[in-house]
Design a protein around this ligand. Structure first.
Ligand code: C2E
Ligand code: CA
Ligand code: CA
Ligand code: CA
Length: 283
């Protein structure tokens, strides 16, 4: 019985799922999936902790595979990065996100700006003309650069040289928000943090996992408190991801975190769902 349990666990492991799907020819289909129109974007709201209002959303790409059904990005982003597909795919996601930002902003043009977060792969940073193309996409969609926040992982940026940082500085000069994604998992030191043109720290969910239920470890609280204070000192805001319970939300608000994202508020979903969450009415 023990062995069977072990096997069931192994089957549920996302890594072995990914390997199994890769074996079944996911690799062959990925290069043409974009032209076949098999990708779609879900949005997960970003909530201001001080008053619970929805400030925007993160765009998360999915692949509707004809055989395997809906695949999450962990199944195909690494493959897209190693094959170069991430460049046109990332651009496609940006186009969708920009149009969606416009659609959300339109009914409340004099209200506070809606912001859509888009993940940027390190491969995209190396593309010549990235910033020019980005500006063109936004103009086409009819939104300001301030309506987009680009998320880059800490691991992607920590080792980055001046060359890779140049487009980021240009984005920052345009008023684009830059978020350091999965912060706390990539050993970013303080000197490096100061050097990066980053406006938001996105605290990895591993930090807040221990705050799901009472009692909460006081050391966990101190660590997050320290990060928040550091970020605010550097003029950065703090977003926390993976908020799954009210207990977490309460603690994080008390610790001065600015924005939260997670299942407690909403799972990623179709853009229409954000109307139900009264994005357009938030002040
Ligand atoms: P991420 O940027 O860290 O995105 C957050 C992930 O956490 C998402 O997984 C989201 O569905 C999940 N999540 C949100 N709230 C909760 C929660 O309360 N609890 C838990 N346990 N998880 C939560 P998802 O959608 O599977 O995306 C995985 C990763 O794929 C993303 O991690 C991001 O790095 C990457 N990704 C997604 N879309 C894109 C894209 O368009 N371009 C690139 N380059 N990467 C993308
Ligand atoms: Ca992200
Ligand atoms: Ca993240
Ligand atoms: Ca993450």
């Amino acid at each position: 019985a023990k062995e069977a349990g072990g096997n069931r666990f192994a089957l549920a492991d996302p890594d072995s799922d990914a390997r199994a799907i890769t074996r079944h020819g996911l690799t062959n289909r990925l290069p043409t999936a974009l032209e076949r129109g098999e990708f779609f974007v879900e949005y997960q709201p970003l909530v201001r902790l001080s008053d619970g209002s929805v400030r925007g959303a993160e765009a998360l790409v999915r692949w509707l595979h004809p055989v395997h059904g809906v695949l999450g990005p962990d199944h195909f982003i690494p493959l897209a990065e190693s094959t170069g597909l991430i460049v046109p795919l990332g651009r496609w996601v940006l186009v969708q996100a920009a149009r969606q930002a416009r659609a959300w902003q339109l009914p409340r043009d004099d209200g506070p700006p809606v912001r859509v977060n888009v993940n940027l792969s390190p491969c995209q940073l190396e593309q010549p003309g990235l910033v020019t193309d980005f500006v063109a996409v936004l103009e086409e969609a009819g939104i300001e650069p301030t309506a987009i926040c680009l998320e880059l992982t800490e691991t992607a940026l920590v080792g980055a040289g001046e060359e890779a940082l140049r487009p980021l500085r240009q984005f920052a000069d345009l008023g684009v928000d830059i978020a350091l994604d999965d912060f706390g998992t990539g050993y970013c030191n303080l000197a490096a943090l100061r050097r990066l043109p980053v406006t938001t720290l996105k605290l990895d969910r591993s930090f807040t996992h221990g705050m799901q239920h009472r009692p909460v470890d006081p050391v966990d609280l101190k660590i997050v408190e320290g990060i928040v204070s550091l970020a605010h000192t550097l003029g950065m805001s703090v977003t926390v991801e993976g908020v799954e319970t009210g207990t977490q939300a309460e603690h994080l608000r008390g610790l001065g975190c600015d924005t939260a994202q997670g299942w407690y508020y909403a799972r990623p979903g179709p853009p229409e769902r954000l109307h139900a969450l009264s994005l357009v009415d938030a002040t």
